[in-house]
Design a protein around this ligand. Structure first.
Ligand code: C2E
Ligand code: MG
Ligand code: MG
Length: 760
């Protein structure tokens, strides 16, 4: 017990005061000389007074002590309450272990942490030990033992204790070891708190951080002012920006310029309304490259519900896009030949059909099936067959460019779509081109292979208005082509097939006709109407066909124009006519001119003047003796170009005539500017003369037009004297027709001329 000085001082003081009182008062009473009785009475009174005074002093001292005790107790209680309140509000529990007495005090808060009241919690250290989680027991006990042995003053430990509900709670305990005067552990006191929730939060935070760092998706966090506050490693990997490049900056940094203001407006609108937005967005990497990404943006609110952050999570979808494109390509192309496959071909037909429908266009669908391809596969193996198909696809692809779609539909079947194929003839020419293209042998693995194809053609919109129907009809045409001996083509309509095949044969023959000199030039005389004198001739081409006899130009010129043979034919006629004219001149048949027809096709090409100039030079014919006839429609199709060409031809010195005049739509203003010398009134207006009023009116109009423009007018197709007379009557100066003479070979024409000379 601690030695207290004040009570001793007080007791000594009291002892001295009491002794002084007793001695002093006795001496005083004796000195006053009282008698014995009085003295004894006074002494009794003095004794009472002493006891009374002592009692009063004792009372005062006790009162003071009691007040102090009461004050201390009250303060202690208050501080205990405060501590309990503080522990309660901090949700902490207190324990106090009296080590020597082996007693443990658990506060109500401590017991409540585990769902108990102090009465039900249990006693002593056992109440704690038995509730420890088996996994934590060794460590917790070990720590406690170490604390007691090492006597370190501070203690901290985390372990799980079983709650009343059977679950375990994580407790965080901090305490202090108090030692006695000898340094032995005396008391161990501390507080514990339930950190189960905190640990779960920390766990999920740790997990979230791991996800944030390791996810393949880029994550970007901005504050409410859209300044970047956080990005993850994937962000840097995808965009190329390091963390320090972007912190504090605005995500506008990544804008690609790919989206308009409306796009961003609707994005922010969605964020404001729904708190989130997701979609495809094109951004810019640090390298400047623009790439597509799929992005989800979310608004984050703080505990008071105020917007605090935006979080954007995105993934780079450029690879997906690329593979989508690749997949799309694979889905629409044949892997062997890389040509479009049946699916894409069908789509293209669909589009072509729609366009044909809208714009009134025509097109053709060709199914090309290789003849006897099975034999190649069986005899040389499928890999050779595949290589051959590849070569065929490549060769066809090269030669069939332009507005055509070539596809491999499977096996040895190809499809060809021409969305602009105005006439059946063009379709048959296309089929012919395919066959010509395949006619050249293929070399596969050192083997020379010959292939041919049968082709079925359907035309649209005539033969069907759906993809299926067109394919089906082309297929039945193909079937027919196969049955008629292969290496040929068929139209869906049989009649068209016959016509087209004839044309194709004719075309092939015409090609040879030029080489085999089967073409002839006939000359038809041109006469002056007033005196009937023969002034010149018109050169007209004919084809001396070995089987069909003499074929008139009307039957092969249009085909020659379509196939491009016209250039060679016209050049040949021009040479023949000029050379013949020179021959006549030297033979003494001095005709004024020879007229040569020029196809509108050549006319629009524009190099005619060079060709004419060359022929004149080579034959030595005087330019003024050559008259070129161009049709009215050829001139009026492209008047400006025609004017230039005619001017160049005029500069050569040749004469120019407009053929078949009246059948086109001449503009008088234009006609006036053209450097022509002659109008040839088309024979259709001569046929009805002189009776037909309309023909007569047109004939008169053309003649007077010619006169007013200072042009000579020639009437074609004069078959009767009456026609000649009528035309002369209305002022037409020249005439041509059977009445004067039919087109005939050169020698007959010159004989006629000489005959006529002799008559005059
Ligand atoms: P075109 O230049 O108008 O030739 C006149 C045509 O009328 C010729 O027909 C001629 O035989 C025919 N004809 C002449 N007089 C009469 C007649 O009294 N009655 C009837 N019914 N017909 C008559 P052809 O020779 O058959 O030539 C037809 C067309 O072929 C020519 O019409 C011309 O446009 C074209 N043509 C002829 N030769 C050539 C040529 O070498 N090159 C070019 N590009 N076209 C040619
Ligand atoms: Mg003519
Ligand atoms: Mg004519």
């Amino acid at each position: 017990m601690k030695f207290q000085r004040r009570p001793l001082q007080f007791s000594l003081f009291y002892l001295i005061a009491a002794a002084l009182w007793i001695l002093g008062s006795d001496t005083l009473l004796l000195g006053l000389g009282f008698d014995r009785d009085t003295l004894s009475r006074y002494q009794s009174l003095k004794g009472f007074a002493f006891v009374l005074l002592s009692a009063l002093v004792l009372y005062a001292v006790l009162m003071r002590h009691w007040r102090e005790q009461w004050q201390v107790r009250r303060e202690l209680k208050e501080s205990e309450e405060r501590l309990a309140l503080a522990l309660d509000s901090a949700q902490e529990g207190l324990w106090d272990w009296d080590i020597k007495g082996q007693k443990v005090f658990y506060s109500a808060g401590y017991c409540a942490l585990l769902g108990y009241s102090p009465e039900t919690f249990g006693q002593g250290q056992q109440a704690w030990v038995t509730r420890l989680h088996p996994e934590d027991r060794t460590l917790a006990e070990e720590r406690l033992r170490a604390l007691l042995e090492e006597r370190s003053p501070h203690y901290e430990s985390i372990f799980r204790l079983r709650h009343r509900d059977g679950e375990y709670r994580w407790l965080h305990s901090r305490g202090q070891l108090l030692l006695d005067e000898q340094g032995h552990p005396e008391r161990f006191i501390g507080i514990s708190s339930d950190i189960t929730q905190r640990r779960a939060d920390e766990d999920s935070l740790r997990q979230a951080a791991a996800v944030f760092d390791s996810t393949l998706e880029g994550v970007l966090v901005t504050d409410r002012d859209k300044r970047i506050v956080h990005v993850n490693p994937a962000f840097s990997r995808i965009t190329g920006y390091a963390v320090e490049d972007v912190l504090g900056r605005s995500p506008d940094l990544f804008k690609s310029g790919h989206h308009d203001a409306d796009f961003y407006r609707s994005l922010w609108h969605a964020l404001e309304q729904r708190g989130s937005w997701s979609g495809e967005i094109w951004n810019r990497r640090k390298s400047g490259e623009i790439f597509p990404m799929w992005q989800c943006i979310r608004v984050i609110h703080d505990e008071n519900g105020n917007l605090s952050h935006y979080v954007a999570v995105f993934s780079d979808i450029s690879a997906i896009k690329r593979s989508q494109r690749e997949l799309d390509y694979l889905a629409h192309h044949d892997p062997l030949t890389t040509l479009p496959n049946r699916l894409l071909f069908g789509e293209r037909i669909e589009q072509a059909l729609q366009r044909a429908h809208q714009d009134g266009l025509h097109g053709a669908l060709l199914l090309i099936d290789l003849d006897h391809f099975k034999i190649i596969n069986e005899s040389l193996g499928h890999s050779t067959g595949d290589r051959l198909l590849k070569l065929i696809g490549a060769r066809l692809g090269e030669s069939l460019s332009g507005k055509l779609t070539l596809a491999r539909l499977g096996g040895d079947e190809f499809g060809l779509l021409s969305s602009e194929c105005a006439q059946a003839d063009q379709a048959s020419q296309l089929a012919q081109r395919v066959q010509d293209c395949l006619a050249q042998p293929f070399v596969v693995d050192g083997e020379t292979l010959f292939v041919s194809a049968s082709i079925g053609i359907s035309l649209f919109p005539e033969d069907g208005d759906s993809v299926e129907q067109l394919l089906r009809n082309a297929d039945s045409a193909l079937f027919r082509a196969k049955n008629s001996g292969r290496q040929t083509f068929s139209f869906y309509s049989q009649e068209m097939t016959a016509q087209a095949r004839l044309r194709v044969t004719l075309e092939a023959e015409l090609r040879q006709a030029l080489q085999h000199e089967q073409l002839r030039v006939y000359y038809q005389p041109i006469h002056r109407l007033d005196d009937g004198a023969m002034l010149g001739v018109e050169a007209l081409v004919r084809w001396q066909h070995p089987q069909r006899g003499l074929v008139p130009p009307g039957e092969f010129i249009p085909m020659a124009e379509d196939s491009g043979l016209i250039g060679a034919i016209d050049a040949w006629v021009l040479e023949q006519a000029c050379a013949q004219m020179v021959r006549w001149q030297t033979e003494g048949v001095p005709l004024e001119f020879v007229a040569v027809n020029v196809s509108s096709r050549l006319f629009s090409r524009g190099e005619l003047d060079q060709r004419v100039e060359r022929v004149l030079r080579e034959t030595g014919l005087e330019p003024a003796c050559l008259e070129l006839e161009v049709t009215e429609s050829a001139v009026m199709d492209d008047p400006d170009r025609a004017l230039q060409l005619l001017q160049r031809l005029q500069a050569l010195g040749v004469h120019l005539a407009i053929d078949d005049f009246g059948t086109g739509y001449s503009s008088l203003a234009r006609l006036k500017r053209l450097p022509v010398h002659k109008l040839k009134l088309d024979q259709s207006f001569v046929r009805g003369l002189p009776q037909d009023g309309e023909d007569a009116a047109i004939a008169r109009a053309v003649v007077s037009l010619g006169q007013s423009l200072d042009l000579r007018v020639l009437a074609e197709g004069i078959e009767t004297e009456a026609q000649a007379a009528y035309l002369l009557g209305i002022g037409c100066s020249l005439g041509q027709g059977y009445w004067f003479g039919r087109p005939q070979p050169a020698d007959e024409a010159s004989a006629a001329y000489l005959r006529q000379l002799a008559q005059t």
